[in-house]
Design a protein around this ligand. Structure first.
Ligand code: URA
Length: 440
């Protein structure tokens, strides 16, 4: 087999077989297929597309390019979630304990955030002492004993994706639906969970800007899961404004703690229950989504999920006194308000702009080895639809010094779009995409 023939086949609108895709992915990882050939192939895919079978086979070829975790010896059934990326998205910190306290083991391998405020691992590391670099035996032990473990990827999962994603980034081939779906799902399949819920964000602050795009991505990923014998559902949710009020690592941990203690913002609570209900359904804990919703509400209200979070933090070395009294979590020295420039209703909050502002404050990284300041961030005072009077606070900025506050002030103020009339209310959850066999 020759890579050039496969590029030509795709260029001319053909469909590659599983064997041909394995040849390309293996060859890319072992160096026998060079970057220039992979670039040409990726561009051909971007223009020609892939059918569902081909996309699923590509995903499996990418997953099989590295280690495939098999967690069944530790837990017969595990659940996981993936979000396509949102600002203020601390869902995993709440959903993990919710599911685990319902008896659904959560084994989560996370990446670190790049570009926006931190990822799940960065948020967890805002808790002093918290260890997320776990050895495989520690990972297995915590999954068995606590039923909830969140860690960085020890071994490299789906190395073909890592190489290909970096190549797509510099060759204009990121916005290809089959390549995005295969990229996300290859890592999730390799991480071994039996049941997976995907939170596909849509809106100005998300990767997918429109509902039809988000729906197409969701359908493709759910289909890949089905082809691979996993149970997968996708929930399409709004990223027209940040989730909850807090953006920034320690600030988001505080909001997650408040949520687990029953005092969470309504959008965050609703999203966690909706994602959890899908997992409960997929895992056979609930017979309907409504059932799942009730079961999760019960573990939230009883305090069981909060106790599970404490157990998880302690098991991974985190200082429990800081989660019991979140004022002990890292706090910024400068906490100053950003005022509304005039009266008005908030019509939209640009989540992208706020995410970038938190990044500029030091709450995220621009390069892989940048250090994160866990204390900095932004806390919204108001959300979309609310009225603000001129001079009253829209948000507070948590910064390491006054210069940083001044540097991001205008960007934060500009993220709030004020208008004369109240905007139409926004849905948080647009729709759920299920596998064919799950549709009654
Ligand atoms: N996230 C991924 O992991 N891969 C993509 O291609 C896009 C978003």
């Amino acid at each position: 087999m020759r890579a050039v023939d496969l590029i030509i086949k795709k260029r001319d609108g053909g469909t590659l077989s599983a064997e041909e895709l394995r040849f390309l992915m293996r060859g890319y990882v072992d160096g026998s297929v060079p970057d220039y050939q992979m670039s040409a192939w990726a561009m051909a895919v971007l223009w020609r597309g892939m059918d569902d079978r081909e996309t699923a086979d590509l995903t499996l070829a990418m997953a099989e390019s590295g280690e495939l975790l098999d967690l069944h010896a530790i837990a017969p059934l595990t659940v996981d979630k993936h979000s396509t990326g949102g600002v203020g998205d601390k869902t995993s910190l709440v959903l993990g304990p919710l599911c685990a306290s319902l008896g659904l083991p959560v084994a989560k391998m996370s990446g670190r955030g790049l570009g926006f405020s931190g990822g799940t691992l960065d948020k967890l590391e805002a808790i002093p002492g918290m260890r997320i670099d776990l050895r495989p035996d520690e990972f297995a032990h915590l999954l068995r004993t606590v039923g909830l473990v969140i860690a960085g990827q020890g071994t490299e999962l789906a190395p073909a994706d890592k190489l290909l994603y970096a190549l797509r980034d510099v060759t204009g081939t990121v916005p290809s639906l089959p390549l995005i779906a295969a990229s996300i799902m290859s890592k999730k399949l390799a991480a071994g969970a039996d049941c997976l819920v995907l939170d596909v964000k849509v809106g100005a602050g998300a990767f997918m800007k429109s509902l039809p795009e988000a729906r197409a991505l969701a359908r493709q990923m759910v289909g890949i899961g089905q082809h691979a014998g996993r149970k997968v559902a996708a929930v399409i949710t709004s990223m027209q404004q940040p989730l909850g009020y807090a953006i920034g690592n320690a600030l988001e941990v505080k909001e997650a703690i408040a949520t687990l203690q029953g005092n969470g913002p309504s959008d965050l609570v609703e999203l966690c229950l909706a994602l959890g209900a899908q997992l409960a359904l997929l895992a056979g804990k609930a017979s309907t989504t409504e059932d799942g919703y009730k079961l999760l509400t019960a573990v939230l209200n009883s305090g069981a999920a909060w106790r599970k979070f404490r157990e998880f933090v302690a098991a991974q070395g985190g200082d429990l006194s800081t989660v019991d009294d979140p004022r002990l979590l890292p706090e910024a020295t400068v906490v100053e308000p950003v005022a509304a420039p005039h009266d008005g209703f908030i019509g939209a909050i640009d989540a992208d702009l706020l995410g970038l502002a938190v990044n500029a404050l030091g709450g995220g990284r621009q390069r892989k080895d940048d250090r994160i300041d866990p204390s900095v961030g932004i806390v919204l005072v108001h959300k979309v639809g609310e009225f603000v009077a001129q001079g009253t606070p829209l948000a507070t900025i948590h910064a390491s010094h006054m210069d940083m506050f001044i540097q991001v002030h205008d960007r934060v103020q500009g993220a709030f779009h004020l208008q004369h009339s109240a905007p139409a209310s926004l849905p948080l959850i647009y729709e759920v995409v299920e596998q064919a066999s799950n549709v009654p």
